[in-house]
Every structure is written in C-alpha cells, then in structure tokens.
Design a binder for this molecule. Structure first.
Ligand code: FE2
Length: 158
C-alpha cells in the first residue's frame, strides 16, 4: 500500500570502481574474472543474490561507444567497464534516458522536469556502470584515450 511520499518503480543503475590490478587485467584482455566478480557484487548489493544463482552467459567486446541512442535488446543487464580513461578526456560521457517514454507529457512547468532528466555520467579510469539492458543510452564522442568494454549479461531460463 502506498502511503506518504514513495519513489516508485526504481531502476537500478549501479556504479563501482575497479582496483588497479583489475584494470590491468582488463587492459591486457583477461576480462572474465573481473566481469564475474563485479556482476556478483552487483547482485549481492542490489538483489541480495549472487551471479551463480542464475544460469547465465556473457557477451563482451571492445568499442568506442555508440553515439546513436540504443538499448541492448535481448540482454538482462548491461555493463560498461572503463579500465583506462584519460584524466583530461573531453566528451566521452554516457547519457542514459528515462525509460518511461512519454511520461513527461502534461508537465509543462520547469519544477517537474527533474522527474525526467537524463542521467549523464563521465567515467574515470576504473569505473564500472551496470544497468538494466532496456535502458536507452548513447555516448558523447571523444578522441581522447578511453578503453570502454561493454558487457551484456543474459539470464537464461532454467
Ligand atoms: Fe550500449
């Protein structure tokens, strides 16, 4: 039962930071131990579960980030690992959109717009974001050094 003020329908966008050893492993391409450990931490902190409570598979690759708005259809949770980012990077932010479509219709006054604001995140070296794969997002282009490793987690039916 809803009573008083409730912030309903939360969408978990989880941020953590890797240690230097984990960043080095990812840069040389030994990514799976870090990916599994980080997703396990995510499930423990957000859902009080562990990664191995689910039959799952991962897909990951290296790319610079799509500037077009997109989501990761078919996956359950999507992460971006940033093992190396220039301290002086210009651009490179990820923009995450409110998933509620046209929910802002009818709220013409500025004070309500905070309910629909984009989330804009500028990564630092070692940062990791994990979010539900249905969230639409895009990346501001950068020509500065930034290694981003997107990872999709597929939770399978039993
Ligand atoms: Fe993406």
């Amino acid at each position: 039962m809803v009573e008083g003020i409730n912030n309903c329908w939360p969408t978990p966008i989880y941020k953590t930071t890797l240690g230097p050893d984990e960043c080095s492993l990812m840069v040389i391409g030994n990514v799976m131990p870090v990916i599994e450990k980080t997703f396990d931490l995510f499930f423990k902190e957000v859902y009080n579960k562990s990664l191995n409570d689910y039959i799952h598979k991962f897909k990951h690759w290296k790319h610079i980030g799509l500037k077009e708005l997109h989501n990761h259809q078919g996956a359950s949770f999507s992460a971006v690992f940033y093992p190396e980012v220039s301290d002086t990077m210009e651009g490179g932010e990820i923009i995450i959109k409110d998933p509620r479509g046209n929910a802002n219709r009818g709220y013409d006054h500025d004070e309500f717009q905070v309910q629909f604001d984009d989330i804009k995140f500028k990564p630092k070296g070692g940062d990791v974001l994990i979010m539900p794969s249905f969230l639409y997002h895009q990346v501001i282009p950068t020509t500065d050094n930034r290694i981003a490793i997107p990872v999709d987690l597929y939770i399978m039916d039993i």
